[in-house]
Ligand binder design. Structure first.
Ligand code: THU
Length: 139
């Protein structure tokens, strides 16, 4: 099994910046580019609720805005604010769709972490079956 210790640790450190006055649930994500760089993100909530951005999209949008469009995998951790990560935190449907925009669903891995030593690996294909992408508009 590949070692995702560093990536999960980056997601745990990103979660420290989560801005969660409404849900009290903090999420951290760390996306690894094919060029070997790690971009971190946290969830950022808003009083108007719908502008809230998930940790995964924060990480992806930071990377894309810096010119990165090729990704290897992402680590995600979540749990109640002020408490350590507890169970696995699967990405929401909107974040899965953002991954679908930039990643090959048969190759992109989603690592759900509990600690730097404990994680589970999923393929985007399995978390977003029959996902819609720009290829579907070209056929
Ligand atoms: N959240 C994420 O950051 N990522 C997910 O994939 C699931 C949900 C955030 C959004 C909101 O700030 C809080 O978790 C509770 O839904």
């Amino acid at each position: 099994m590949e070692d995702y210790k560093e990536l999960v640790a980056a997601a745990i450190s990103a979660r420290k910046m989560a801005y969660t006055p409404y849900s009290g649930f903090g999420v951290g994500a760390a996306v690894l580019t094919k060029s070997g760089k790690i971009y971190k993100g946290c969830n950022i909530e808003n009083a108007a609720f719908t502008p809230t951005n998930c940790a995964e999209r924060t990480a992806f949008f930071k990377a894309v805005s810096e010119g990165e469009t090729e990704f290897d995998c992402i680590a995600i951790v979540g749990g109640r604010t002020g408490e350590p990560v507890s169970g696995l935190c699967p990405p929401c449907g909107v974040c899965r769709q953002v991954m679908m925009e930039f990643c090959d669903p048969a190759a992109f891995r989603i690592i759900l972490g509990k600690s730097p030593e404990q994680w589970e690996v999923f393929m985007l294909r399995d978390l977003l079956p029959l996902g819609f992408s720009k290829a579907d508009m070209e056929e």
